[in-house]
Design a protein around this ligand. Structure first.
Ligand code: MG
Ligand code: MG
Length: 274
């Protein structure tokens, strides 16, 4: 069931989103070669709890940490570990969730560490940009599939550094969000054959959009730990995510510190008011 939030509930989601956004900024600034992903998790826990919020990942279906950390060929759901050392040249996806007054925020970034191969930087750029194109395509009265179409369309419009096709992950998708982290509807990062146009985008709907793009093929598998999703061919992967809602003026990105204003203006997705 799709949960429609009141203005007051969206205000709580903004608070949760800001905790997530600020935590991800701290983590991005902290990431350095030689650190472990357990170090990042400790920073995240201190940041989230320090703001009086609750880390939503910890204990979620038994997940042991406050963030997911997924390095290089790991796509999503990597478990922070004192054994996982971050090296120069890595790309690290950090996914973070927090709860304020019972409402969730959920966002992710993929961070380049030190000197990173140009094709990896291009992978990150295309994936992040596709997220913004997806959000920018959402408008009141529109349909859910507008977002999926914009994400896939943007990715396919960008040339692949190896002359291949980008691997758009299909098994994991974005989602509605509110009093639970994962709610209806599912937000696909591609448009499948005979895919319905989905529900209407209305006031009070909140969505977490999260494209995952592989430099190689789109195929995935789950490691023995039962969580970590990796690319089947071992090629690197990127993941970006934001939680947003819709206003008369356009999308409001609850997990972006500026509400998404800068990027959405560039994409012409904000109606100028006042
Ligand atoms: Mg997430
Ligand atoms: Mg999510």
């Amino acid at each position: 069931m799709i949960q429609i939030k009141s203005e007051a509930e969206i205000a709580s989601m903004r608070e949760a989103g800001l905790v997530v956004g600020r935590t991800l900024h701290k983590l991005q600034a902290a990431v350095a070669p030689g650190m472990t992903t357990a170090d990042l998790d400790a920073i995240a826990e201190e940041s989230i709890r320090g703001e009086g919020a609750v880390p939503s990942f910890k204990g979620y279906r038994g997940f042991p940490a406050c963030i997911c950390t997924s390095i290089n060929s790991e796509i999503v759901h990597g478990i922070p570990s004192a054994k996982a050392v971050i090296r120069d040249g890595d790309v690290v996806s950090i996914d973070c969730g927090a709860i304020v007054d019972g409402y969730h925020g959920d966002a992710a970034v993929t961070v380049p560490v030190g000197t990173v191969r140009p094709e990896l930087l291009e992978l990150l750029r295309v994936t992040e940009e596709s997220l913004w194109h997806g959000i920018a395509a959402a408008r009141l009265g529109g349909r859910l599939i507008d977002i999926s179409r914009a994400i896939e369309g943007y990715i396919r419009s960008q040339s692949h550094p190896g002359g291949a096709s980008w691997g758009i992950v299909e098994e994991y998708v974005g989602h509605g969000i509110g009093t639970e982290m994962h709610q209806d509807p599912q937000v696909y990062n591609y448009v499948g054959r005979r895919m319905a146009r989905g529900p209407e985008l209305v006031r009070g709907l909140a969505l977490a959009v999260e494209p995952m793009v592989n430099l190689g093929t789109r195929s995935t598998r789950v490691l023995e730990d039962g969580w970590t999703v990796v690319t089947q061919d071992g090629a690197p992967s990127a993941h970006f995510e934001h939680t947003f809602t819709l206003t008369e003026a356009g999308p409001w990105v609850l997990t972006a510190l500026d509400g998404g204003e800068a990027r959405l203006k560039e994409l012409g997705a904000l109606r100028l008011t006042g």
